[in-house]
Design a protein around this ligand. Structure first.
Ligand code: ADP
Ligand code: DAR
Length: 376
């Protein structure tokens, strides 16, 4: 019987698998045993069964990522809603036994037989204005995420990757013209006062997100990170935050057609210069599985003082229309004075057109119910 620690036979793990006696497997087993004792409502907690864990614990992607890289954020943050991220593009396939049930549950009605449809922006002019009288909607924003082909995802990027990708993105954006013309601002060169003002004004991403930190997505910060925006700040691009790129169109008021039309024009222009990563089943690839597919989050900041008096009922109604309620400072924040961030929850299994219409129809219903409660 060979000594497990020294035996050469144990050292030869199969490609794509760790040796069961590998120290990393032992650490995973200890972490899973501790996680079993913790109460959590995350989809990770629900779907990482002992059987799934045992199936995946020795798997390794072609970038060297393990199950720990996938689940560590959810292990460290039991209050996660999801609790897992893809450390590289290959992870969605290698750890599909865990990703698939989480993805199919989060994206509602996306079943194991479904494949994300081809891109279809639809006709932006058909969306109209959500609130022409300006009674409820303060501002409208639509964002999509893009991973750049040939680059790994956050946890497997080197500092050189971040800097090289930032230069590639900056070069592509600096060639934009007309309404999309703008300037790139690197976080490395940005003074803290300007940075905080941009965050407070809802333009720039926050720093130090604990979920991303635990997922190893904030390494080498702020190297390679930054923001591009046009003079009006109606078209913006986040560089190397959670995803390689977040392309954002936003403006005051509820003119959904205007915001969506600008985003479609921008993404169409940028994809002439940068090749985006797509998965054969999940559409456009993102770091978090909640953003796969169209990667679109179309949101309004809107006043619902009556509806939100009963917050549980408010979120129940929103869920009926596949809408998500967030606070006014982004994810994991609270509403302020009856103002909330209302957006589509589903991004996968629908076309771009269907996703934005789902948000439009849901928001119009919330406005109708708010008017009824106000006795309009
Ligand atoms: P993402 O939308 O990229 O998932 P967040 O939910 O964290 O990220 O929002 C990012 C920023 O965008 C936050 O400052 C948030 O307040 C702002 N934001 C989101 N939707 C709107 C909107 N409709 N109008 C104005 N700002 C918005
Ligand atoms: N905080 C993580 C991510 C949820 C989705 N939001 C993203 N990707 N920004 C969670 O599991 O709650």
């Amino acid at each position: 019987m060979c000594d497990k620690r020294l035996c050469a036979c144990e050292k030869k793990a199969r490609p794509g698998f760790m040796n069961p006696n590998d120290e990393r497997v032992k650490i995973l087993e200890q972490a899973y045993a501790q996680f079993a004792q913790i109460d959590s409502k995350s989809l990770l907690k629900k779907h990482l069964t002992q059987q799934v864990f045992d199936t995946l614990k020795t798997r390794v992607t072609n970038s060297g990522s393990t199950l720990m890289d996938v689940i560590q954020s959810g292990l460290k943050n039991p209050d996660s809603g999801i609790g897992l991220y893809a450390p590289d593009q290959h992870a969605y396939d290698v750890f599909s036994a865990l990703f698939n049930p989480v993805i199919e549950e989060y994206h509602i009605n996306f079943t194991s037989d479904d494949v994300h449809p081809d891109l279809d922006w639809g006709v932006p002019e058909q969306l109209g204005d959500l609130d022409p009288e300006g009674q409820f909607v303060i501002s409208t924003r639509i964002r999509c995420a893009r991973s750049v082909n040939g680059y790994p995802l956050n946890p497997t990027m080197t500092e050189a990757h971040y800097i090289d990708l930032e230069a590639k993105i900056q070069q592509a954006l600096n060639s934009l013209e007309g309404e999309l013309k703008g300037t790139y601002y690197s976080l490395v060169l940005m003074d803290k006062e300007t940075q905080q003002q941009l965050i407070d004004d809802h333009f720039l991403f926050k720093e130090g997100d604990r979920f991303l930190e635990a997922a190893n997505a904030n390494r080498f910060w702020p190297s390679g990170r930054g923001i591009f925006f046009n003079d009006m700040k109606t078209f913006l691009v986040w560089c190397n935050e959670e995803d390689h790129m977040r392309l954002i169109s936003m403006e005051k008021g509820g003119n959904l057609s205007s915001v969506y039309s600008r985003l479609v024009k921008a993404v169409t222009e940028v994809e002439k210069k940068i090749r985006f990563s797509r998965h054969r089943r999940f559409g456009f690839l993102t770091f978090c599985p909640t953003n796969l597919g169209t990667t679109i989050r179309a949101s309004v900041h809107a006043r619902f003082p009556k509806l939100s008096e009963d917050y549980a009922r408010f979120t129940e109604i929103a869920n009926m229309y596949n809408l998500q309620v967030r606070g006014t400072r982004g994810e994991h924040t609270e509403g302020e004075e009856g103002v909330y961030d209302i957006s589509n929850k589903r991004r996968l299994g629908l076309t771009e057109r269907e996703v934005v219409f789902e948000m439009r129809n849901g928001v119009l219903e919330l406005i109708k119910q708010e008017k009824q409660l106000q006795g309009d």
